[in-house]
Design a protein around this ligand. Structure first.
Ligand SMILES: C[S@@+](CC[C@H](N)C(=O)[O-])C[C@H]1O[C@@H](n2cnc3c(N)ncnc32)[C@H](O)[C@@H]1O
Length: 319
């Protein structure tokens, strides 16, 4: 008796799955006239990203949280001891230890012919262990926040032109270089170590050499080497003008005003514009003299850490 009842159960299961398959197939066999059969965007399930989306969406944040929790990873700890107790990798190293190893073994090799040079662009160990990521005190990750903020503030397009004053080790600049078309990012920077980090490590290791950024050494706000025309859509200085003497700031702004695209172009300066807060009432007059107009200030948040920063926005005077 058990055998026939098994057969009828199998038959029942087979006809049920055939019915289900037919039900699932029907919409594709007879598409509804009011629904498009294919949609150009989004391309992936759950992907609501617009092509120009710069900031992570709330879906992105939900997704990454789910990845963290799905892997049963702990929440961040306030105690460095607890955090460091998680370091159980093979041969765990601090930056200092890693640097020591690199210097001692002249690189890394697990093989006999360690003496042969296999390197086209030899890079100092200090850069390889990314010491320069903390050269200026602010977390490296903040570079992405600045990029997202500035890009969104002026709806920057990849074909636009950007000039950075004091790009340092390219903490912010890297994101612009990646986003912009080749040759559309320029920077004037005075510090040799920062330039070495940018050119000898960051651009090659981020695969951005093909973007041909135009990075020049200089500390005198001389932008003549960047060409004569007024073409920049965005000129920005992140944490730079507060370190520069007032007279040089004004010289710089006057020259930068001339390099800004009329109407559309914007200058953004972060942190305090101490030169303006000190001279207060004179400031608008001085700005007018050099052909700039103060548009307003903005703040932005950081995705990964608590951060409050003020940005001042300028454009060319209309008159
Ligand atoms: C605090 S760091 C910020 C670096 C980068 N903008 C960032 O946000 O990571 C200030 C930078 O401005 C550069 N700087 C200061 N005075 C300068 C000048 N007169 N001309 C060009 N760069 C200058 C410094 O060398 C340094 O790299």
């Amino acid at each position: 008796m058990a055998f026939p009842s098994k057969v009828s159960a199998l038959l029942l299961f087979a006809s049920a799955s055939a019915a289900l398959n037919l039900f699932l197939l029907l919409p594709s066999l007879f598409p509804s006239p009011s629904c498009p059969t294919s949609s150009p965007v989004p391309t992936k399930v759950g992907d609501h990203r617009m092509p120009e989306q710069i900031f992570p969406t709330s879906d992105d944040i939900k997704w990454i949280r789910a990845q963290i929790h799905g892997n049963s990873l702990p929440d961040p700890s306030n105690s460095p001891h607890v955090w460091h107790s998680l370091r159980k990798g093979i041969n765990p190293r601090t930056r200092e230890q890693q640097l020591e190893d690199l210097l001692r073994f002249k690189g890394i090799s697990h093989y006999e012919d360690a003496g042969n040079i296999h390197t086209d662009l030899p890079c100092p160990g200090e850069l390889l262990v990314e010491e320069h990521h903390s050269n200026y005190g602010e977390p490296w990750a903040g570079g992405r926040d600045v990029f997202e903020f500035l890009t969104s503030a002026i709806s920057l397009q990849p074909s636009d032109l950007v000039l950075e004053v004091g790009c340092g080790t390219l903490r912010v600049g890297l994101h612009f270089i990646r986003y912009l078309d080749s040759g559309h990012y320029s920077c004037l920077e005075r510090d040799e170590l920062s330039l070495l980090a940018a050119l000898r490590y960051e651009l090659p290791s981020q695969g951005l050499l093909h973007k041909r950024p135009f990075i020049l050494k200089g500390d005198d706000m001389n932008f003549s080497r960047f060409g004569e025309d007024s073409s920049y859509d965005l000129i920005y200085a992140s944490a730079v003008f507060l370190h520069i003497p007032d007279h040089l700031v004004w010289v710089g702004l006057e020259r930068l005003a001339l390099k800004l695209k009329p109407m559309k172009g914007r200058i953004f300066i972060s942190h305090n514009i101490k030169f303006c807060s000190r001279i207060k009432k004179e400031c608008p007059m001085k700005l007018e003299e050099i052909g700039l107009e103060y548009v307003g200030n903005h703040t932005h948040d950081s995705l990964l850490f608590n951060h409050y920063e003020i940005w001042y926005e300028f454009r060319r005077s209309v008159k």
